[in-house]
Design a protein around this ligand. Structure first.
Ligand code: ZN
Length: 174
């Protein structure tokens, strides 16, 4: 196994030249390669995903887009197409809400989601990647997985006292 060369710190800043621009360019390239049209809603969705660090719900994306030339069904369809093109990753909150995150230009990673406040933090340690590679080597195509970590964040423990913290439905993230 090859050790990760990049920082494993969960809050490590993205370095290098403008990852925002390069991710958008990469998205355009992949959309073109898939013989899909580069439409306003598609770009707006990518921009919305870029603005939001971490996973975001479909409802939130739709809200951010301000319904410009777009309905909710279009957002669903675009995200499903982006998923097939390996541009976004789907994840879930502990209440089952589906979230999407842009994977372009980002190192593969997992998240830890606070069951109390819904805060999400990136976990850069990513051992699942080697399992995916092993399965690909066995001949499987389009290998995907769902791994989510849930817990009560240190802040929530301080606020409520760890013994009294009850899992609540997290608010829609900003
Ligand atoms: Zn919390």
């Amino acid at each position: 196994m090859i050790a990760a060369t990049q920082s494993n710190h969960p809050l490590a800043a993205v370095s290098g030249d403008s990852p925002v621009v390069s991710a958008l360019n990469e998205a355009r390239t992949r959309i073109r390669q898939a013989r899909l049209r580069i439409t306003k809603p598609r770009i707006a969705i990518i921009e919305s995903l870029q603005r939001h660090e971490g996973p975001i719900s479909i409802g939130r994306i739709y809200q951010q887009m301000g319904a410009k030339n777009c309905n909710l069904v279009t957002v669903y369809r675009c995200l499903s197409a982006f998923e097939r093109l390996d541009m976004v990753r789907r994840s879930y909150q502990h209440n089952g809400t589906c979230l999407y995150e842009l994977t372009l230009g980002a190192q593969r990673h997992n998240h830890i989601v606070c069951k109390s406040c819904g805060a999400t933090e990136r976990v850069d340690y990513y051992p699942v990647g080697s399992v995916e590679r092993m399965l690909t080597d066995r001949g499987y195509a389009q290998v995907s997985h769902v791994v989510e970590f849930f817990g009560i964040c240190p802040k929530c423990q301080q606020t409520a006292g760890s013994s009294r913290v009850a899992p609540a439905i997290p608010p829609e993230r900003r």
